[in-house]
Design a protein around this ligand. Structure first.
Ligand code: DCP
Ligand code: MG
Length: 377
């Protein structure tokens, strides 16, 4: 028998942006449990705890094989007392009592259902729960005032909670690509988010659009949205204006991480014929109304970026969310720089650093280049 002192501990660098995280995960039981606790913390507005669990899960995802003994975790970064307790519980008892009780709690279930409505965040869900609303029927019966996004979210709830397939994402890329070509022939479009990282499903489809000539991207979004609307392709859309101006935050102040792109949050009406496979998800087909209507609702995010910011936007919108967070933490803590989806700012030198590719940004940050498929932290 191998005793503990003979078990080789794993070794992992401490920032997720220093690691290659593919979709392969040898510790899914552990990481699913930690992710659930992260989700519960985030839904309870405890972001600090949420990030701690996300970081711990990401370290386990990066390991080359399954963890079987606590001693293998010695010296690994980001594994706090709480995460270690959960891991120990699972290794010893097959499950974590905290995870099981969280999963079964009425509050967690209600938060999941309510925040599953497009346009509903944790604060709104929490308020509704305190008013006794725990599910969609109670919400419909309550007479609560819903904004336009929430109305659309409630109406298309079943479709939106169905994962989007790669085939559907590609069909939408084709549609948006034709729309972009017809309003601005030179403009370029890229699929970002999880699909760019090689995922086969997603909760939405994310696109980044730019124009090779700086300034020619101005006005593109309204034209694109009008075109899509004229074709009856949008069930809902809300466009937010671009108010980003380099250095606009005042002298010596680093730019904030808040995204101020021209961004369109939308719900697409995707026809069965457009995917070539029909509206194929089983749950959708099981619902008669869905089977009869021959289309499904899909969440689509569109972002327009000037070419000068394109590399930063591409890096910032490819994710994963933890990978992005860790890149910004690395930039700030290790390099004295501020990274956003618009720019990289050197705090000590008080100047912006240009880049025209993701590779250049990693190089400026002193990091080895990690391709999109290895950013699944
Ligand atoms: N993003 C971000 N901050 C936000 C929203 C998004 O940094 N407030 C970035 C990181 C995400 C990417 O944009 O990875 C796309 O956002 P999604 O929420 O769509 O995330 P994914 O595409 O990674 O996940 P999914 O496959 O579930 O759509
Ligand atoms: Mg996405």
């Amino acid at each position: 028998a191998v005793n503990d002192s003979e078990v080789t501990p794993f070794s992992v660098p401490s920032y997720a942006c220093q690691r290659r995280s593919t979709l392969k995960n040898h510790n899914a039981v552990l990481t699913d449990s930690l992710s659930l606790l992260a989700e519960n913390a985030e839904l309870s507005d405890e972001d600090g705890r949420g990030v701690a669990f996300r970081r711990a899960a990401a370290v386990l995802k990066a390991l080359p094989s399954a963890v079987t003994k606590m001693s293998q975790l010695k010296g690994l970064p980001c594994l706090g007392e709480h995460s270690l307790r959960v891991i120990k519980d699972i290794l010893e008892n097959g499950a974590s009592s905290e995870v099981e009780s969280t999963k079964e709690s009425e509050r967690f279930k209600a938060l999941k259902v309510l925040t599953g409505i497009f346009g509903v965040g944790s604060k709104t869900a929490d308020r509704w729960i305190r008013e006794g609303i725990h599910n969609l029927q109670q919400l419909r019966d309550s007479g609560q005032t819903l904004n336009r996004a929430q109305q659309a979210g409630l109406e298309h709830y079943d479709d939106i909670k169905q994962p989007v397939s790669l085939a559907e994402a590609e069909a939408i890329r084709g549609i948006v690509g034709r729309a972009v070509a017809s309003v601005s022939p030179e403009a370029q479009i890229v699929l970002t988010g999880g699909f760019r990282r090689g995922k086969l499903t997603g909760h939405d489809v994310d696109f980044l659009i730019t124009h090779p000539e700086e300034g020619s991207e101005v006005g593109l979004m309204p034209k694109l949205v009008s075109w899509l609307e004229s074709q009856g392709l949008l069930l809902y859309q809300k466009t937010t204006r671009n108010s980003y101006l380099e250095g606009s935050e005042g002298p010596g102040r680093p730019p904030s991480n808040i995204d101020r792109f021209e961004r369109c949050l939308s719900i697409f009406k995707l026809s069965a014929g457009q995917t070539g496979r029909g509206v194929q998800s089983e749950e959708t087909a099981a619902s008669p109304s869905a089977a009869e209507r021959r289309w499904r609702a899909v969440r689509v995010d569109l972002v327009v970026s000037p070419i000068s910011q394109f590399a930063f936007a591409l890096l910032g919108w490819t994710g994963s969310k933890l990978f992005e967070r860790e890149l910004r933490r690395w930039a700030g803590h290790e390099k004295g720089m501020s990274l956003s989806s618009h720019a990289l700012y050197d705090n000590k030198q008080g100047r912006y650093i240009r880049a025209s590719s993701e590779e250049e940004i990693f190089a400026h940050l002193g990091l080895e280049f990690i391709p999109p498929t290895e950013r699944n932290a």
